[in-house]
Design a protein around this ligand. Sequence first.
Ligand code: ZN
Length: 90
Amino acid sequence: MIEALPTHAPPGYECPFCSVVRGEDNLPWTVQDDVVRRDGRTTAWINGRWWANNPGAVVVVPDEHVENIYALTGEQARAVHESTRPSHSR
Ligand SMILES: [Zn+2]
């Protein structure tokens, strides 16, 4: 079992996702008006960047910083999953 995951963030790195979670704009990509859901565990917003084969997406992140998907705890992963489910099935 891996004791601690390696980090790749350079010193002084400012996570752009966490700035949105804190209520700040992440210009030019995300402004607070793009946020569509906050449930106390996750924050979701309409992605400001679209691709030709993916014209629109919602970004859902845990409210606590996680460097990458492999560092998600089970609780964080469940919270992200639950956030994406329709409200009638939660
Ligand atoms: Zn972060």
